[in-house]
Design a protein around this ligand. Structure first.
Ligand code: TRP
Length: 329
């Protein structure tokens, strides 16, 4: 081999070895103690990113450090079920020790590919409705995790305090997300018993959010979105429409308020992410996911965006502001 060729060959070898190291679930040559962790996130939006970072922080608190005794192969599913399926298939083929799935559709895809590798899900709104577990207390299979259950009823009660007098509630959500379906069912029940009318506008992808929002802005007194990933990824488009039309837009997650929604009553996703990390650590330490109950978050707070309130010329009652987390910070 010529000298120049040798150099090229050496560089190629180094590149190949680096690539093998980066692919966390493939053999890394570091011995048995390095856990291979496949992490699939439905898509990138602020809340899911916070959850991922907090899972990693929670794992670190428990002594599991990426790049040391654990290799995390993080993959972004880009809200595309074909991509997510192939990500999980790769995790399974690479014999990951555990799969972390962030958001409902990612968790469903993971369970669809393996009933053996432990799966810890994060922020699944309704794990039973989504078909992940039969019993929250005794998951039974290879899957458990954290839930960010929300109550449409409590958010509507908050809406009554902030913007009293509304009659029609526009529901903006994605028809492909089971996490949204169960919250919308709760909203309809609430509306029926309390004399409100619900007008629905469902999207199938984030590109449809603007038109769906405009439809509701023309018809409803207020608009509500469940913990919907597709809407969460298009918040700037939605808030533009609603602020221009003067429509209060109630949401379901802190990040959606940070991104311009008027208000919500919900959980802290940093806490949820850490709790998920602790559960992953439990399983890496040898516990059986079948026996670890699904964890719901008990601490809820009111979140309010005062900039949005100002744009809508809404005065947030002092007794709400006093106990609320306020954006912009
Ligand atoms: N709960 C959602 C699900 O089940 C995921 C999620 C977490 C989310 N935080 C969010 C969605 C914030 C929208 C906004 O898939």
């Amino acid at each position: 081999m010529k000298r120049g060729m040798k150099k090229v060959f050496a560089v190629m070898m180094i590149l190949a070895m680096t690539a093998a190291l980066l692919a966390g679930c493939s053999a890394d040559g570091k011995g048995e103690d390095v856990f291979k962790v496949g992490l699939v996130q439905l898509m990138e939006h602020p809340s899911l990113n916070t959850i991922r970072e907090s899972i990693i922080a929670g794992l670190e608190e428990e002594g599991f450090v990426d790049g040391e005794n654990m290799e995390i192969d993080y993959q972004n599913g880009q809200n595309d079920m074909t991509i997510i399926k192939s990500i999980v298939q790769t995790f399974v083929a690479n014999e990951c020790d555990i799969i972390i799935a962030i958001a409902t559709p990612a968790a469903q895809a993971a369970l669809g590919e393996t009933s053996e590798i432990p799966i810890i899900f994060a922020a699944v709104t309704d794990p039973v409705d989504a078909g992940l577990v039969d019993d929250l207390n005794v998951p039974g299979g290879n899957v458990t995790g954290t839930s960010d259950e929300v109550s449409a009823e409590m958010i509507m009660e908050l809406a009554k305090q902030i913007t009293p007098g509304f009659k029609t509630i526009g529901a903006l959500y994605s028809s492909g997300e089971d996490n949204s379906a169960s919250v919308i069912a709760g909203l309809k029940e609430y509306a029926e018993t309390n004399g409100f009318e619900v007008i629905e506008s469902a999207v199938t992808n984030s590109g449809e959010v603007q038109q769906a929002a405009q439809y509701l802005a023309d018809k409803a007194d207020i608009v509500y979105s469940p913990i919907d990933n597709t809407v969460a990824s298009a918040m700037s488009v939605a808030t533009d429409v609603f602020n221009t039309a003067g429509i209060p837009f109630y949401v379901s997650a802190d990040s959606m308020v940070m991104d311009g929604g008027l208000a919500t009553y919900g959980i802290d996703y940093t806490v949820l992410g850490k709790e998920t990390g602790y559960m992953v650590a439990q399983v890496l330490n040898g516990e059986d996911p079948a026996a670890i109950p699904v964890k719901k978050m008990s601490d809820m707070s009111i979140y309010v965006n005062t900039e949005t309130a100002e744009a809508l010329q809404i005065e947030i009652p002092a007794e709400i502001l006093d106990k609320a987390v306020v954006f912009p910070e």
